[in-house]
Design a protein around this ligand. Structure first.
Ligand code: ZN
Ligand code: ZN
Length: 266
């Protein structure tokens, strides 16, 4: 069966503008859909090869309205300096974080599919959201490089692929900005899930370093740091500290979703 599918795809690929070819191509596409039907990951409706149907995609909304200028947390009223209470207290190493949407509803479900249910292809969809954020930012893209949060050994064992790398690679291809695997772990982090906000920040503080092969690519650059979810900012802060230590001019974080959860209270 799998071989037949591959044969159909190749025939479709060689089909050009010749009307006979495109009729053939449509026919083969129909046969392929019958043999290998695909279903929306969210609602289960049949799709034309896509992982998510159009109606479910329309549920993913870009966050609008007042937000903290630093961490992108949605705010009810505008503070004088534009920052939320946490950002006023902290001295972040990164210039700012921008997130496409809120970590809830369909967007949250899709991120869970990407991270825990073996759907690496979703990285392509998320990269298109991140490209919108990058294009709307103040960054000089000619002086920028792209990098991503590395995968811990635990996640490597469980997932087998790094979702942040897949997104970064796609953005790099589409925007023509170089992407380097700059960051690595100095030691493995504790599992974050049961940690409070302060513990998360401490856990991630000095955990990352820059791979010596890439130091030259970081010096004086704007670094576009890609991650999936911004929660307490501990991971982004840990990465930014390492990048700044090795000479990055600025680090700007671009994440798919902003979580309002701020770590377990202790
Ligand atoms: Zn759907
Ligand atoms: Zn903030």
């Amino acid at each position: 069966m799998a071989q037949q599918g591959a044969r159909f795809l190749r025939k479709e690929e060689v089909a050009g503008s010749n009307p006979v070819d495109s009729t053939m191509s449509n026919l083969l596409g129909d046969v392929s859909r019958i043999l290998f039907p695909t279903y929306c990951l969210i609602c289960g409706k049949e799709t034309h090869g896509e992982l998510v149907c159009e109606e479910c995609l329309r549920e993913v909304k870009r966050t609008k309205g007042l937000r903290c200028v630093k961490c992108d947390l949605p705010l009810k009223s505008a503070p004088k300096d534009g920052m939320c209470k946490r950002c006023k207290r902290r001295k972040w190493s990164f210039s700012y974080n921008r997130s496409y949407g809120t970590y809830s509803g369909t967007l949250k479900k899709l991120l869970i599919e990407l991270k825990y249910h073996d759907h690496p292809r979703l990285a392509v969809l998320f990269s298109s959201y991140l490209i919108k954020l990058i294009m709307d930012s103040d960054l000089n893209l000619n002086k920028s490089i792209i990098t991503f949060v590395p995968l811990s050994n635990r996640a490597k064992r469980n997932r087998g692929y790094n979702q942040t790398y897949l997104m970064a690679r796609e953005i790099s291809k589409r925007l023509g900005i170089p992407c380097y695997s700059v960051l690595k772990f100095r030691r493995q982090p504790l599992e974050q899930i049961n940690l409070s906000e302060e513990e998360r920040l401490e856990n991630m503080k000095d955990i990352f370093t820059v791979d010596k092969n890439y130091i030259v690519d970081v010096i004086g650059k704007n670094v576009i740091l890609i991650d999936d979810v911004f929660t307490t900012g501990a991971t982004v802060e840990g990465c930014s500290r390492a990048l700044k230590t090795y000479g990055a001019q600025r680090v700007c974080s671009f994440t798919v979703a902003r979580s309002k959860w701020q770590g377990n209270k202790r």
